[in-house]
Design a protein around this ligand. Structure first.
Ligand SMILES: C[S@@+](CC[C@H](N)C(=O)[O-])C[C@H]1O[C@@H](n2cnc3c(N)ncnc32)[C@H](O)[C@@H]1O
Ligand code: SF4
Length: 372
């Protein structure tokens, strides 16, 4: 089955035990009644949209948030049952769930396994307790390591960890220790995100008034380069600018996003893209409950730009053939820029793909601007 006949399903669970200081995701603590109401409404949305992908098959399901593990596993079971009832799914779908080390137990993880979930993504951020405290995380290093062990005990081998680069108090040495510990624990995938100081977050406020210091741009780039080198040494391939995996453990769901494939997102603030149109559910709970969403037709030009922007973030690069299929001959239209970048060694062309050379991911934005 070709890629274009597959699609991904994203489910947004907008609840967390508490708000981390840096986070601007749509998430909040909630009582049991509110969670139940949300899940009931969410299942209604999943059912109502069941005719969107006639003739197509779902290849991946992703529970993100917020913190999906913060709610009872019975709700995850209900959502998965609803999806399976109303959508055609491939024989071996990738089913991921984002978990916080504080809200998993062996029983919960065993239930996930029984439900067919086969990929766990832990929000670890760091394994240094001072750094964790500075960003308002509830867990400490020991708890994060224990959570990974529990997931393995429950039978999961496809385990990912999110870490962050540029945190207060973070040094090359502390980051290196975090990476070494995660790799030794047997995680197969690491997402390493550069800290973004989001407007309206406590951390941004604290940095703005000099209460706490985070890495500057040069320091962040140095930490990122070290992360890349360290993980490469350990057998992890960088398949996207922020994502590293032991070969075979790349996240299928996210690769579909980056290749500008089709997906549907359910829940408050969830986005969808199908039939050349992007949809966004409202990020306000009250509006979501009255089915408020926005719809934007994506022009061929915008689609091409998105393919270039996201494709250049991938180690494989952007497919010249796929651009041609959209009526855009990048080799002709950007001949001069491509020749310049090739001469500087910033990009390479192989197997019909244009890709950024490994040492130059630090200047991805500048290269992308030239090729748009
Ligand atoms: C939805 S959370 C993951 C699951 C769970 N909520 C948790 O945090 O444990 C997704 C990831 O986004 C990253 N993230 C969130 N806010 C960020 C920010 N301001 N800058 C960089 N990365 C961020 C974190 O690494 C986080 O683990
Ligand atoms: S980082 Fe994760 S746990 Fe923290 S507030 Fe954001 S979604 Fe919730």
């Amino acid at each position: 089955m070709s890629q274009s006949e597959n699609f991904g399903i994203y489910v947004h669970i907008p609840f967390c035990l508490s708000k981390c200081l840096y986070c601007s995701f749509i998430s909040k603590p909630a009582c049991e009644n509110e969670i139940k109401h949300y899940i009931d409404f969410l299942c209604g949305e999943i059912e109502n949209k069941n005719n969107l992908f006639v003739g197509k098959v779902c290849n991946s399901i992703y529970f993100g948030g917020g913190t999906p593990s913060s709610i009872s596993e019975k709700y995850i079971e209900k959502v998965l049952k609803t999806i399976k009832k109303h959508y055609k799914i491939v024989k071996k779908p990738e089913i991921s769930i984002e978990c916080n080390p504080c809200s998993v137990s062996l029983t919960k993880l065993q239930t996930y396994k029984r439900l067919g979930i086969n990929r766990i993504s832990f929000g670890v951020q760091s394994l240094n307790n001072k750094e964790l405290k500075a960003i308002g995380r509830r867990h400490n290093s020991a708890l994060a390591m224990e959570a990974i062990l529990l997931a393995q005990e429950a039978g999961f081998e496809n385990i990912s960890a999110d870490i962050m680069i540029g945190l207060p108090f973070q040094t090359k040495s502390s980051l290196c220790k975090t990476i070494n510990k995660l790799v030794s624990a047997g995680v197969k995938h690491i997402s390493a995100y550069m800290l973004i100081l989001e407007d309206g977050t406590k951390l941004k406020q604290m940095v703005d008034c000099g209460q706490v210091k985070v890495a500057n741009e040069d320091e962040s780039v140095a930490l990122y380069d070290m992360t890349y080198k360290k993980l490469k040494e350990k057998g992890f391939e960088r398949y996207e600018i922020s994502n590293f995996a032991i070969p075979g453990y790349e996240c299928r769901h996210n690769v579909n996003y980056w290749e500008v494939g089709e997906y549907v997102g359910f829940g408050v603030s969830a986005h969808s893209y199908y039939g050349g149109v992007r949809y966004a559910n409202s990020d306000n709970f009250d509006e979501y409950y009255v089915e408020k969403s926005t719809k934007e037709k994506i022009s061929n030009r915008a689609h091409i730009e998105e393919m270039i922007m996201l494709g250049l973030r991938l180690a494989n690069g952007v497919s010249i053939k796929k651009l041609n299929m959209c009526g855009y001959d990048i080799l002709k239209h950007k001949r001069k820029e491509i020749d310049e970048l090739l001469k500087l060694g910033l990009i390479a062309i192989s197997d019909e793909y244009i890709k950024i050379t490994p040492d130059n991911f630090g200047v991805t934005s500048a290269i992308t601007l030239k090729l748009l």
